[in-house]
Structures are given as C-alpha cells and as structure tokens.
Design a protein around this ligand. Sequence first.
Ligand code: HEC
Length: 270
Amino acid sequence: MKKERSISDRQGVSRRQVLIGAGALAASTAIMQLGGLVGSARATGGKTEKWPWPYVKLDPATTAELAYKEWYRVFCGAAVINSVVSQLREKVGEPYNSFPSDAFVFLEGGIAGWGTICGSNAGANIVSNLIIGPRIAGPECEHGQVIGADMLQWYSKNKLPVFVPKTPKQPTAIVQTVSESPLCHISVGKWMAASGYPLGSPERKDRCARVAASVAYKLVEDLNAWKDGDYEPKSEWQPGKEFGITAQPNCTECHGSDVPSAPKAKVAEK
Ligand code: HEC
C-alpha cells in the first residue's frame, strides 16, 4: 500500500472539515444551526471544500472486477462508488477513508426499488462529481458533471452489459440490450423482456452486476482521460433549454407521435 500525504496534510484542513467536504455538510450545518452556531457553520461551509480530490489513475478492468464483486454485497450504486473509492483509500487515503460509500446501498433498484435512475449511473455521477467537484465550484470542476451526463448517454445508447467478469457467478450467456434510457425500470424491463428472466432470477442479478461493472470500467477510463487533460465531452443534451422540461431524449418512445410541448413562455414570464 502506497503511503501518500493525505489531502488534510497538504491543504491544512482538519479531518472534521474533510468529513464535511465529504458529504456530511447538510447534516452538520443543520446540527450547528440547532446549536446556535450559525457563524461557525458558515465558516466551515462550501468555501473549505477543496476540489478536485486527489485522483490517481486506476485500471479499468480491476475496477470493473471490484464493482462486479461488490454488486453482490451492496448492489449497483454503492458497487460503482466502492469500486473507485476503495482503491483510492489504498492509494491516497483521506478524504476517501472518510467517504461513506456503503451509505449508497439505497441506490439499488433505481432508488429503493422505485425504478428511477439506474444506481450504476447515479454512482458514476456521484464519483465523478466527488473527485472533480461540483460545477458550481468553477469551470475546472464542470467536467465532474459532464462525465456524469456523458455516462447517462453512453448507458442509454449502448448494448449492455459489455463487461464479462473473469469468473462469472452465472455461467449462462447474458443477453445484451439497449435501454435508450438511464432509468432502472426501463433498462431492467427491456432486458427482462429480451431474456425472459424474471427480476428475482440469478441471471437478472448477474446482468445488473455486469452492468455496474461495465459502468465502473467506463467511469475509470473517463476519469483517467480527465486526469491526463484529454477528456472530450460527448453529450450536449440540454432539454431544459431546448424543450422547457427535464427529460431523456427519446420523447416519442413514451409519448408516441404526440409529444406535448412545455409552457415555455409562461415560465419565462414569471
Ligand atoms: C420515459 C418516458 C418519457 C419520456 C422519454 C419523455 N416523457 Fe414527457 N412525460 C412522460 C409522462 C409519463 C408524463 C406525464 C403524463 C403526460 O402528460 O403524458 C410526461 C409529461 C410531459 C410534459 C408535461 C405534461 C404535458 O402533457 O404537457 C411535457 C411537456 C413532456 N412530457 C415533454 C416531453 C419531451 C419534450 C420529451 C423528450 C425531450 C419527453 N417528454 C420525454 C413520459 C416521458
């Protein structure tokens, strides 16, 4: 295990502040406000968050194997997060040691089984924004969100899963499907329709573990390119500007030929 100086040594932030930067901000702000310590809450707020977090390039295949294995412990979202964070704990230390990856088990099943965003996509977005920073932290941090958004497009447009683990838990051939959507419900639904396997089957579970691994592989490829200064943004999807509503691109798949238009002008007048 390589011993490097942690971010707190280098940047003079206390371990407690690193924890706040690591995502406990909302909770600790609330606690401090309750205690009448609004001033100190402000002093330890956004301004002490340092971006980007120290990143060393990782091996995509190793990361994907980790994600595959972790899926069977913590499911898609936390598996993608842990596949990167666990390696950076080894190679970097803080702030990754304090990042509570297992807290993200709730991303499973598109957040607590509601079939919203696939946890693998959510996990990849969390990791890229965690490492590079949120876009509000300045132009150099925008890539965190861009890599996350590009992942939604890649996930929607490609046959998944692409990653085949060295020792699959399910030797059965896993059919690949294109979801045309970053949503769990649609992605899993199209796969179940194509494969004939139900939600509770070992095949469906292995498919989702391989999808998480595929996303982790791609995520690390993208983070490595960003680290080298070579990351090329791929998606320019801005539905709010274009259609006046948040959406995924394939409007007609759900609306048929009669895609409603959003009340753009009314919103703008307010
Ligand atoms: C995953 C399925 C899905 C996709 C893809 C989708 N929508 Fe929707 N959309 C819905 C549903 C469901 C509603 C709520 C019911 C309704 O109004 O039809 C809705 C509501 C809307 C509404 C507001 C309600 C209304 O009827 O005026 C607008 C506007 C809209 N969609 C536009 C779009 C546009 C534009 C796109 C593509 C950029 C799009 N939608 C993509 C499912 C989808």
